[in-house]
Design a protein around this ligand. Sequence first.
Ligand SMILES: CSC[C@H]1O[C@H](OP(=O)(O)O)[C@H](O)[C@@H]1O
Ligand SMILES: Nc1ncnc2[nH]cnc12
Length: 292
Amino acid sequence: MDVVLGIIGGSGLYDLPGLEGTWETIESPWGEPSDSVLRGTLAGTPIVFMPRHGRGHRLGPTQINYRANIDVLKRAGVTDLVSLSACGSLREDLPPGTFVIVDQFIDRTFAREKSFFGTGCVAHVSMAHPVSRDLGDRIEAAAEVSGVKSRRGGTYLAMEGPQFSSLAESHLYRAWGADVIGMTNMPEAKLAREAEISYATVAMVTDFDSWHPDHGEVDIQQIIATMNANGDAARALVQALAVATPPTREVCSAGSDTALEFAIITSPDARDPALVAKLDAVAGRVLHRTAP
Ligand SMILES: CSC[C@H]1O[C@H](OP(=O)(O)O)[C@H](O)[C@@H]1O
Ligand SMILES: Nc1ncnc2[nH]cnc12
């Protein structure tokens, strides 16, 4: 498969300096995406960049239209998607400045649309392995090359926000074994899987959330300062990742490329044509194929 690398820039990352390209507006039947996408090439790799909160950080984590964003990235041809996200640390050994290459998620969000599917076209995809190992390998290698302090593996707890956690919640999430906490990677990772896009996250630690006895409560000014410091390292990592990205790749070991193969359970005659039409980009591969 020909690789198109998608980058979702989180807090503090609203463009990709060095990416030669143009901003393109792509319409989606799922509503308004966060912004236009910046499409170009970096080290010969085709890249599509989307600022998750919109340029100027207009949108909070609950207001982001995750379905429209993933649909637009699918329409732009993205096959491999990397989320760059600010996060809090739930572990002593993951101090601010550490980049965690997450491999699991706990979804505690509750006020978001979480699926492209529903009445008139029901589908159930596996989320056992939400992150592509191969993409994680490439990110790990890129982190090494760019001198970024990284940690392979970790569980990201997605909370609704926009308020940060209480002390009791922070302790609870630590007891659950979560490593980092943020507000955006769910339902993004679920929707990427439904859209058959390989997904991985670089969770860039900005703070110790509220559990750490020596660090007190989360302070947005401190987060912004650390986020800005992390920004240069994130851009270096993307550059190295572009260099490490092959023009074509094998089938995703996490099953992303074929997630919908047997996932749609609604019989063809019971499907809602309006929903099927909206699913043209996300599920066109399986919905519009002709019987052998
Ligand atoms: C600015 S701190 C809180 C904010 O930052 C993270 O967003 P993103 O993942 O897009 O970098 C976090 O999830 C919150 O939305
Ligand atoms: N402590 C925290 N909790 C949730 N989201 C965050 N983003 C950055 N730090 C965070």
